[in-house]
Design a protein around this ligand. Structure first.
Ligand code: OVV
Length: 403
């Protein structure tokens, strides 16, 4: 291997604003430009660095020693500017070894084995929803399909009592907007979520959770690992934060993809075992979570570019997921594609803890719909939902054809 002898440089820069509305609506042209500009690019507008190529996104995510999560995974530094509405996450905003212990507790309760219990409930719920939608014929695939499914099945699996839908959607919106600057999207999310953090905290307590639920299993596993009840409550909160809006986005993008690419829907109808891979391909193609940040723990020389210590690096999953250096025809939505290397769920120690349940939800609903819907038709333009780190739709008017 030839070692680079070039001296470290300041590296390429870009005037990109990754929180401007144009980027939030459609980040892909700008991400292509970033990938072409270099492996790591300085963004003077926010005084941060950005990586958008598959290889670099993957490598940064796996290097938690030099790229820390402990100062938060957003633009701001949580060690100096804490969020006003919650304490730091015990799993998202920490590094190994503390992270490892907390992650093990969550992983145990969210494992494929533990999730098996919920498969049947998801299938029954998906079938009932698909029946209702086919009966409607025309509907908004966001309000009537993408939002109701995760915001019913996920809190139920977690053990939350009562109707938590609006609270969870508001809380998710806030959690993901908080990754960005204090712009109007974050302001609106804070306003919408007034009183919600307190309500969520209440729902996460052991006494508030249903026996046999993931939430109770988490409390038990946390106690067995020597964590306090307060810590267990905060770990349950993490699941509520990350588990609803993300899946809502994935399902809305799935419908949009199938309305735009009817031959892909036909493939899933012909072979419903493709449902699982199809959902993963939606996550690869649309990358609901555009990217999170890391903070350098020391000076890092990355491909001859010097990033000083204690600086923020934006890790663009959505850039990696469309990188032609890794993917064949990255712009194409292809349900039969090998999705190995999909970074839509992140990678490394912090890879999405809810990945198994998210995939189960996506698969269950796509399967149920594939058994009933012949084709999807757009009845109007999809409307984007603007959020500082979570791509999504606010409206998706569709009509379904069924026999
Ligand atoms: C928004 C988000 C994503 C992932 C994890 C968490 C929050 C957390 O609170 O742990």
């Amino acid at each position: 291997m030839e070692l680079s002898t070039a001296p470290p440089t300041a590296g390429p820069t870009s005037d990109l604003d990754p929180f401007a509305d144009a980027f939030l609506v459609d980040p892909f042209p700008a991400l292509e430009e970033l990938r072409e500009t270099g492996p790591v690019v300085y963004l003077p507008r926010y005084d941060v660095w950005a990586v958008a190529r598959h290889q670099d996104v993957h490598a940064v995510l796996r290097d938690h020693r030099r790229f820390s999560s402990a100062a938060g995974v957003g633009l701001g530094d949580l060690t100096t500017d804490a969020y006003s509405w919650r304490r730091p996450s015990l799993i998202l905003e920490v590094d190994p070894p503390t992270h490892t212990a907390h992650r093990a507790v969550v992983a145990k309760t969210m494992s494929p084995r533990a999730m098996q219990t919920f498969q049947e409930v998801f299938d029954v719920e998906a079938a009932a929803l698909a029946d209702r939608l086919v009966a409607l014929g025309r509907f908004d695939a966001v309000a009537d399909l993408a939002e109701p499914f995760p915001s019913v099945v996920f809190p139920r699996a977690l053990g939350a009592e009562g109707d938590t839908r609006d609270a969870l959607l508001a809380y998710g919106s806030l959690s993901f907007n908080a990754i960005g600057p204090a712009n109007r999207h974050l302001e609106a999310a804070l306003e919408r979520a007034r009183g919600v953090p307190e309500l969520i905290a209440e729902k996460c307590r052991r006494e508030a959770l249903r026996p046999g639920s993931i939430g109770i299993a988490l409390h038990d596993a946390a106690a067995a690992a020597g964590l306090t009840e307060d810590q267990a409550t905060q770990l349950v909160r993490s699941l509520f934060s990350a588990g609803v809006d993300t899946t809502v986005s994935g399902l809305a993008f799935a419908v949009l993809a199938f309305a735009r690419h009817r031959e892909q829907w036909q493939l899933v109808r012909d072979d419903p075992s493709l449902a699982r891979n199809a959902f993963d391909e939606v996550v690869r193609h649309q990358s609901p979570v555009t990217g999170f940040f890391r903070t350098t723990t020391t000076e890092v020389v990355w491909d001859d570019v010097v990033i000083p210590a204690r600086r923020k690096v934006m890790v663009l999953f959505a850039g990696a997921n469309r990188d032609p250096r890794h993917w064949d025809r990255p712009e194409d939505f292809d349900v039969r594609r090998r999705t190995a290397g999909n970074l839509g769920y992140g990678a490394g120690a912090h890879v999405c803890a809810g990945m198994t349940i998210a995939r189960m939800e996506g698969e269950a609903l796509i399967r149920a719909l594939a058994a009933r819907v012949d084709s999807w038709h757009l009845e109007g333009d999809p409307e984007p939902r603007l959020n500082n780190s979570l791509r999504g739709l606010s409206r998706l008017p569709v009509r379904v054809r069924s026999q």
